[in-house]
Design a protein around this ligand. Structure first.
Ligand code: SF4
Length: 176
């Protein structure tokens, strides 16, 4: 008589975090900007992993426009039609992925950005003349707009690159 082997239960998480491409691949950053973590921003990655969310990398709009190891440019430089259409396309791909997730009954828990990035910042930009000022990046603007149109809601948290442990604490607190 053959014994039935009990199947172990499916324990998958139904929560998703959407993260900037460079969180896992710092080589996608513009020249001169990678100073603390050579490949992954470890405290933020560890906080996400400890929270048990599925992690989806969003496209990197700047590298789509200007390639890897490009010169760094500010918010105004990226104010160009070609870049806006790159951001719209990247936001569209991201929202399609979100819809695929939501239709299965899973949830989009959080979208992670990168503060001071002309593309991926959630709250703040930097300008030599003005210092820091409130303005989200071009990609995040396009993403928020397309998420609103699709009635998708999620928390946005921006990575503070100087103090990534603070961002990690925020993520842990939000996802716990
Ligand atoms: S555009 Fe966004 S994903 Fe690409 S390197 Fe800059 S912050 Fe990272």
């Amino acid at each position: 008589m053959s014994k039935k082997i009990a199947k172990s239960p499916d324990i998958r998480s139904g929560r998703f975090a959407f993260v900037p491409f460079c969180l896992f691949a710092q080589a996608f950053q513009a020249k001169g900007l990678v100073r603390d973590y050579p490949a992954q921003i470890t405290p933020v990655v560890e906080a996400l992993m400890a929270s048990g969310v599925n992690i989806i990398q969003m496209p990197c709009p700047e590298s789509r426009l200007a390639g890897l190891a490009r010169e760094p440019h500010g918010y105004k430089w990226y104010d160009q039609d070609a870049f806006r259409s790159v951001c719209e396309q990247a936001a569209g791909e991201t929202v399609e992925m979100m819809k695929t997730i939501l239709v299965k009954g899973y949830s989009v828990a959080v979208v992670i950005g990168v503060e001071l990035s002309p593309s991926c910042s959630v709250l703040r930009q930097f300008d030599r003349r003005r210092g820091q000022y409130e303005q989200s990046g071009w990609f995040i603007q396009a993403l928020r707009h397309q998420m609103r149109a699709a009635d998708i809601k999620a928390e946005f948290i921006g990575i503070n690159r100087r103090f990534p442990n603070k961002t990690a604490e925020k993520i842990r607190a939000f996802l716990s």
